[in-house]
Design a protein around this ligand. Structure first.
Ligand code: UDP
Length: 322
């Protein structure tokens, strides 16, 4: 697994270990944390280009590829970084896989491959018109994967995540979002609740939505992890499958704020600011296809996501962890 020291990768690693799989995590720790790699997984601190071939020679059966740069704003400011890491790094990985004869891969794609959708819910057949280098670099990888399936007999699944939230809390294992620069809505709101920030800035209330704020489809990281296990089992030689992953429900920024106020029992001051460039008004997934083909269903709602994210945030805060 690449990127297993990051938020989503570490949760999937924990699930795989819990299911009895042997897991090797390759991560350069550029944004991840070594202590997020679950006990029971082997950790290799290294880089895709230099180290993937060595890891793959150790009897690997399949790859889950999470390692990537994933901030839309940063990608607009520094496209070269995104193309080099997201596309260049993946090309190196795929070549190393081809040489080693490892042909199954589950890839972390994104709703950002669609850009501003014409209609919602967004199906996999919707036109892919990314509006950022981040989305474009992920779409390029999806295209390369289709070719590797066709030309080299790979079996690949691209999972297009919508808005991932929540945490994995199991015994003494606690895994959640802990980005150095937090941009995501729910952790930002919870940081205000904990006193880490004075107020939440709501990015625009003049969108063509019921309350004027953006609407997003939030999915619990545990539901997402379940989808990865099913995708792994569903990799079929010669086939590239693409699945959207969301709950199929849209929540506005104001609704998410209300859910966080309810769960935390705190007031959470918020102020409406300007729009964030590149934010589509409404993004809601249709996850019908993965339901039909892999029998995946989301099981956790927005309040479960907020509750778990809140438990995780309080635990880190209490222990003075960064
Ligand atoms: N958002 C906001 N204030 C914040 C962070 C996010 O109003 O401090 C809004 C943002 O405009 C978007 C939604 O919350 O509509 C989700 O943003 P996030 O960055 O979590 O995920 P994205 O949709 O960009 O993947």
């Amino acid at each position: 697994m690449t990127g297993g020291a990051g938020y989503i990768g570490s949760v999937v690693a924990a699930r795989l270990v819990a299911e009895g799989h042997d897991v090797v995590v390759l991560d350069d720790l550029s944004t991840g944390h070594a202590d997020a790699v679950p006990r029971g997984a082997m950790f290799v601190h290294g880089d895709l280009r230099a180290d993937a071939a060595g890891v793959l020679n150790g009897g690997i059966e399949a790859v889950l590829h999470f390692a990537a740069r994933s901030l839309v704003g940063e990608s607009v400011a520094n496209p070269a970084l995104y193309w080099a890491s997201n596309l260049g790094g993946t090309l190196a990985l795929l070549e190393a896989m081809r040489v080693a004869g490892v042909r199954s891969i589950v890839f972390s794609s994104t709703a950002a491959t669609y850009g501003e959708p014409d209609s919602v819910p967004v199906r996999e057949s919707a036109p892919a018109r990314p509006t950022s280098p981040y989305g474009a670099s992920k779409l390029a990888v999806d295209t390369v994967l289709a070719e590797y399936c066709l030309m080299h007999g790979f079996g690949a699944v691209s999972l297009r995540y919508f808005n991932v939230a929540g945490a994995y809390l199991e015994g003494d294992v606690r895994l959640g979002e802990r980005h150095a620069r937090e941009t995501h809505l729910i952790p930002n709101i919870l940081s205000v609740a904990l006193g880490g920030q004075e107020e939440l800035s709501i990015f625009g209330d003049d969108y063509p939505t019921a309350d004027g704020s953006c609407v997003r489809d939030y999915i619990h990281v545990r539901d997402l992890a379940d989808a990865h296990l099913l995708a792994l089992a569903g990799c079929t030689p010669g086939r590239h499958a693409v699945y959207n992953l969301g709950n199929g429900n849209g929540y506005s920024t104001f609704e998410v704020l209300a859910a966080c106020r309810e769960v935390t029992g705190t007031e959470i001051p918020a102020r409406v600011g300007g729009r964030r460039p590149g934010d589509p008004a409404v993004l809601i997934a249709s996850s019908e296809l993965i339901g039909l083909e892999l029998n995946w269903r989301p099981e956790r709602d927005l309040s479960a996501m907020v509750r778990d994210a809140w438990d995780f945030a309080r635990w880190r805060w209490r222990d003075g962890r960064a």
